[in-house]
Unconditional design. Structure first.
Length: 199
């Protein structure tokens, strides 16, 4: 993240996102595929890392192999794209709001204190020897003789797809295909994001 100064002199924290150039590699239609969508590809990849099927897919679009492909199923009728078209950050406007989809940072296997903010068994008193960060009781006795689904326990934390809504685009740098979006977005530095335009 970084920060910039707006016109009123206020310091605005923002995230820098490289959003392009993206190539339209496929256009799905309701007649042929059962739904309407636009497939975009981003970032050049080496030939040796691409399967033969994908090589043919990119060759049909007339572009070099790409690393990332994703589909956008919601778009305005007047903004349909053509096959092989290159999209840059110029499709966005400063001041408009977008949704950003990404995969959160993975935290690994975590206990209930870190994962669910439990206080631990008995805090630090009541004679607890080595149970300070334990979850405590998780179920009843003879009935129902099982643990209900959804009980908060230790387990995998993070590494999930999340969407942050209504983030403002505060600045666009078209020569470098950069978007400066107000606030934070899901994921670690260098991770891939999906920016959905709703204006």
């Amino acid at each position: 993240m970084t920060s910039i100064w707006d016109a009123s002199g206020k310091n605005v924290p923002c995230t820098v996102i490289q959003a392009g150039p993206c190539v339209v590699t496929q256009i799905r239609t309701k007649d042929k595929d059962g739904y309407d969508a636009i497939q975009l590809a981003f970032e050049d990849a080496k030939e040796k890392h691409i399967t033969s099927a994908l090589k043919g897919h990119f060759a049909k679009a007339g572009v070099s192999p790409k690393r990332i492909m994703t589909e956008f199923t919601r778009f305005e009728e007047g903004h349909r794209k053509t096959f092989g078209e290159v999209l840059t950050v110029e499709i966005f406007e400063e001041g408009e709001y977008v949704d950003v989809v990404g995969t959160t940072k993975g935290k690994g296997f975590q206990g209930v204190v870190r994962r669910h903010h439990f206080g631990g068994v008995g805090q630090s008193t009541h004679g607890q020897h080595n149970r300070l960060r334990a979850p405590g009781s998780v179920g009843a006795s003879s009935y129902p003789s099982r643990v209900f689904k959804g009980i908060r326990m230790a387990g995998q934390m993070g590494n999930k797809q999340r969407k942050v809504l209504n983030l403002e685009i505060v600045k666009i740098i078209p020569e470098k295909n950069l978007l400066l979006i107000k606030g934070s977005v899901p994921g670690a530095k260098g991770s891939y994001l999906k920016v959905e335009r709703w204006s």
